[in-house]
Ligand binder design. Structure first.
Ligand code: HEC
Length: 124
């Protein structure tokens, strides 16, 4: 009896894990952005997420602004996402994601931001 219950637990656990894994692999860069960034930067990246209130001393970057985003190189963007605002001498309100997201995810977010601003960045 106890053995049966144990294998049922294993079965359920395996099921939960496989569902979890398939959700993770179905994650698109839009999902990543909506989950991690949109609360400040806004769903469309315009810097108007629900956390971007007037009390915030600096507003989150408007990722759709080519003028703003052209001030940054691709590595500036990657550094800002990996190590947070302080890495690019910006506000610490921009959190670091180097421990939460993989390098590949951060690079794909950088590409996504370049799509949003429709710009290539400084020096290009
Ligand atoms: C808690 C709010 C918050 C979250 C969440 C957030 N940001 Fe930011 N972000 C900011 C603020 C505020 C700034 C502006 C910093 C400044 O100009 O000093 C910023 C600036 C930036 C910049 C520009 C940095 C620079 O050097 O000009 C990039 C790129 C960026 N964020 C990307 C992201 C990405 C990608 C995510 C999600 C993985 C994200 N942010 C999540 C608040 C946030």
């Amino acid at each position: 009896m106890a053995v049966k219950r144990f294998s049922l637990t294993i079965f359920l656990l395996a099921f939960v894990l496989s569902v979890g894994a398939s959700i993770a692999s179905a994650e698109t860069v839009e999902d990543l952005y909506r989950f991690h960034c949109a609360q400040c930067h806004g769903v469309k990246g315009m810097g108007d997420g629900p956390n971007a209130t007037k009390e915030m001393p600096v507003s989150p970057r408007d990722h759709t602004s080519a003028v703003e985003m052209n001030k940054l190189t691709d590595s500036d963007i990657i550094n800002a996402i990996t190590d947070g605002g302080t890495a690019t001498s910006k506000s610490s309100l921009m959190p670091p994601y180097g421990k939460t997201l993989s390098k590949a995810e951060i690079t794909s977010l950088k590409d996504y931001l370049r799509k949003l601003c429709n710009c290539k960045g400084k020096g290009k």
